[in-house]
Ligand binder design. Structure first.
Ligand SMILES: C[S@@+](CC[C@H](N)C(=O)[O-])C[C@H]1O[C@@H](n2cnc3c(N)ncnc32)[C@H](O)[C@@H]1O
Ligand code: SF4
Length: 430
């Protein structure tokens, strides 16, 4: 059986684990050498805490949000100024241009709980970054009101991701949610005129069937979704799920069937777990070659490092009050570790592009993985198309299992540690 360690050995050709170490107090992310970066802002507050949810979140109070905002702005200033200094050193000082950032995503938690503050946060980011492709936000069903949507549009938000999870009241009840006028709310979203409307659905909740999942997907698109994200239900070790997800085989069968159905109704598969209407934009905060994260638990993926901010609200605020880095852990990639990371997330997006690989890794794909790529083509996992390697259905099926393996071996472990200790000293992922 393939394990995360075995895959890591194959791709990095080394037994060296991913080693995270404590980040220095004066640390700044290094963004030079990267042509495209995305921005991410984490707003950790929620009205209630869902039992199935693994993310870094806190029960909302006005008081907590009021102390979070200045800390967040301080982090943006701190990083923004460092990025500007790096540009001055590497470019012509006479041309004072801002750093280009392809996109900005607000995730959480429930970012709309800080709706009043979003324009301030966006303005502050715009002091340092020119956002070229749009701004996205995750919305909880309760956030979706005509008034909120109007204010989001006015703040410059162009993409929304709606966490509906299912339209089926029984499936919702099993994860502690309920159907609350979803059709009406989607109508308001349609009228508000967002360029991208993603609907998040979860599959493999006990009791769901192929028919009920087909209905979920068809309904989401009928009601205006431009994209549907269908996540397999994952039981994180620290979650409190009363109903456990279906088994691996059932999950794989359900996804196969969903993919088949989406193809039948003319949708395009845009990643292992997302399907979209042809010609529409993508809502995707993770499938970026590089990104800078701000806020509690936010991660940054850069050319040579991967870093994670503290999960502790008090720790985050305390550090920023002293103008110190809120980043708890940092991983310095070896060349092949960075390449493995690129290949892993590229594969989630179904495509590995040669030029982008070279731009980020600094060496051609075929030089580092010539044998592996040729073998993957021969075995029917990849198909060559110009400068791209495309994943075949066989590879997608394999990746679906792999992503869940990675979630338990790496994400669950990292987040479990980060939840327990504000600033851990070091740990490894092997
Ligand atoms: C940050 S979360 C939620 C955003 C928003 N606060 C909400 O509740 O609608 C983003 C998405 O991750 C997915 N998700 C959360 N926990 C999950 C789990 N245990 N298994 C699978 N998907 C999960 C859900 O589809 C969710 O909408
Ligand atoms: S699923 Fe959404 S609302 Fe529920 S705890 Fe997670 S982030 Fe908060």
């Amino acid at each position: 059986m393939l394990t995360a360690s075995l895959l890591r050995w194959i791709l990095t050709r080394s037994r060296r684990p991913f080693a995270f170490e404590a980040c220095p107090l004066d640390w700044h992310p290094e963004v030079t050498g990267l042509e495209q970066i995305g921005l991410y802002v984490h707003i950790p507050f929620c009205r209630t805490l869902c039992s199935f949810c693994p993310y870094c979140r806190e029960l909302y109070t006005q008081k907590k949000a009021a102390v979070y905002l200045p800390a967040l702005l301080q982090e943006i200033d701190r990083t923004g100024q460092a990025v500007a200094r790096q540009r001055d050193e590497s470019s012509n000082p006479d041309i004072a241009t801002k750093r280009r950032a392809t996109s900005l995503y607000f995730g959480g938690g429930t970012p709309a709980l800080m709706l009043d503050d979003l324009p301030v946060i966006i303005d502050r980011l715009r002091q340092y970054f020119e956002i070229t492709e749009g701004i996205g936000i995750e919305l909880h069903p309760q956030d979706i009101t005509p008034e909120n949507l109007k204010r989001l549009r006015m703040a410059g938000i162009t993409m929304v991701s709606l966490g509906l999870q299912s339209f089926d009241p029984e499936a919702l009840a099993r994860i502690g949610r309920s159907e609350d006028r979803f059709a009406e709310r989607l109508g308001w979203v349609r009228e508000a005129g967002f360029a991208v409307i993603d609907v998040d659905l979860i599959f493999a909740i006990p009791g769901q069937t192929q028919d009920s999942l087909r209905r979920d997907i068809a309904l989401a698109f009928d009601l205006g979704a431009t994209q549907v994200s269908t996540y397999p239900f994952i039981d994180f070790t620290y979650a409190d799920n009363r109903y456990k997800p279906m088994d691996k085989k059932a999950k794989r069968q359900l996804l196969d069937e969903l993919a088949h159905f989406c193809q039948e109704i003319g949708l395009i598969r845009t990643s292992v777990w997302t399907f979209a209407k042809p010609g529409t934009g993508k809502y995707s905060s993770v499938t970026r070659d590089a990104f800078l994260g701000f806020g509690l638990s936010a991660t940054s993926l850069l050319q040579h490092t991967f870093s994670i901010n503290t999960f502790s609200l008090a720790g985050y605020i305390g550090r920023l009050e002293k103008d110190q880095s809120p980043t708890a852990l940092k991983l310095n990639f070896s060349l092949r570790q960075r390449a493995a990371y690129f290949l892993f997330w590229g594969s989630y997006g179904l495509l590995i592009n040669n030029q982008r690989f070279t731009a980020i890794i600094g060496q051609p794909l075929e030089k580092l993985y010539g044998v592996e790529m040729a073998l993957a083509v021969t075995l029917g996992f990849l198909r060559r198309s110009g400068d791209d390697y495309l994943l075949t259905n066989r590879a997608i099926r394999f990746y679906h299992d792999l992503e869940q393996l990675y979630t338990t071996a790496y994400i669950d472990k990292t987040w479990s540690i980060a939840r327990k200790e504000a600033f851990p000293r070091r740990f490894t992922l092997s």
